[in-house]
Design a protein around this ligand. Structure first.
Ligand SMILES: NC(=O)C1=CN([C@@H]2O[C@H](COP(=O)(O)OP(=O)(O)OC[C@H]3O[C@@H](n4cnc5c(N)ncnc54)[C@H](O)[C@@H]3O)[C@@H](O)[C@H]2O)C=CC1
Ligand SMILES: O=C(O)C1=N[C@H](C(=O)O)C[C@H](O)C1
Length: 246
């Protein structure tokens, strides 16, 4: 498969290694030093594009891939406010889009358990739910896309929670008070952490933690390449649940 890598930073480079190991060819790599190569003509030479760039560049990259009719796998986070518009456009124009806030199998298993646990906790109002995400200091968005997906899983299944609140705990501010129907997501930034997410249920007598810790970026990168292989000849909008069998 011929792959275009839109975003050739930490994730783009990790994806390149996995793609080559799986027998694919990288026909285009884009970062902020060669944007002149980011053309519809170049994109149309790829069977699929894998997009891990920045929250401020992802939408124009999706637009270019749609114009080139190149299926696109999007891992970039921090753009989901625009998701409904992009989905609508993809469906009406017959394009192919695969998106996920987290491509790792371990996190997707965690997403599933999180929903089951939230449903169980309806019967136990003495537990308060809270969330924490820890990432490297270069991360541009907060809370992480994964934390938002976890919060959505709680909100869909735990009747006493209706929304989430974001707290970037960088030492300059106090823990905010949040309404009782809100899940607080605490975002911490620490040197070189690939991504750690914890959903906690805390009562006055004990605490239950559901925690996923990525040791490196291989899980994210492998998931993105497998998603690209899966997407290649499809049209429509897909995510990990469509590809995984649980
Ligand atoms: N869904 C998932 O499983 C994962 C998602 N991510 C997300 O992927 C994104 C990228 O993460 P990293 O690789 O760690 O960031 P990074 O900062 O290391 O790399 C971003 C790259 O995008 C490039 N870039 C800037 N403008 C561009 C443009 N117009 N078109 C294409 N590339 C452009 C930059 O030069 C840089 O090379 C972030 O939004 C992050 O949250 C990261 C890991 C896993
Ligand atoms: O920026 C990152 O690094 C990561 N971003 C994704 C997110 O926002 O959830 C996925 C992973 O946690 C790493």
């Amino acid at each position: 498969m011929k792959i275009a890598l839109l975003g050739y930073g930490k994730m783009g480079k990790e994806i390149e290694q996995i793609a080559l190991q799986r027998g694919h060819e990288i026909v285009l790599t884009i970062n902020d030093t060669n944007l002149e190569d980011l053309t519809i003509e170049n994109l149309s030479k790829a069977d699929v594009a894998i997009e891990f760039s920045t929250p401020s560049t992802v939408l124009s990259n999706i637009d270019l891939c749609f114009k080139a009719s190149t299926p696109i796998v999007v891992g970039t986070t921090g753009w989901y406010a625009e998701f409904d518009k992009i989905k609508e456009r993809s469906l009406t124009e017959g394009k192919a889009l695969f998106h996920a806030t987290n491509f790792s199998i371990g996190v997707n298993i965690t997403f599933h358990i999180n929903k089951v646990l939230a449903k169980i906790m309806n019967a136990f109002p003495e537990y308060e739910v809270q969330m924490e995400e820890i990432h490297h200091t270069q991360k541009l968005d907060h809370p992480s896309g994964t934390a938002i997906t976890l919060a959505e899983g709680v909100i869909e299944n735990l009747d006493r929670k209706q929304n989430y609140a974001d707290w970037l705990n960088d030492g300059s501010n106090e823990k905010p008070e949040v309404a009782s129907d809100s899940v607080l997501i605490e975002a911490l930034r620490q040197e070189a952490v690939p991504g750690t997410h914890t959903v906690s249920y805390v009562s006055s007598i004990d605490r239950i933690d559901l925690r996923h810790e990525a040791f490196n970026r291989k899980g994210f990168a492998t998931g993105a390449v497998v998603a690209a292989e899966w997407l290649k000849d499809k049209k429509g909008v897909f995510t990990m649940k469509d590809m995984l069998s649980f």
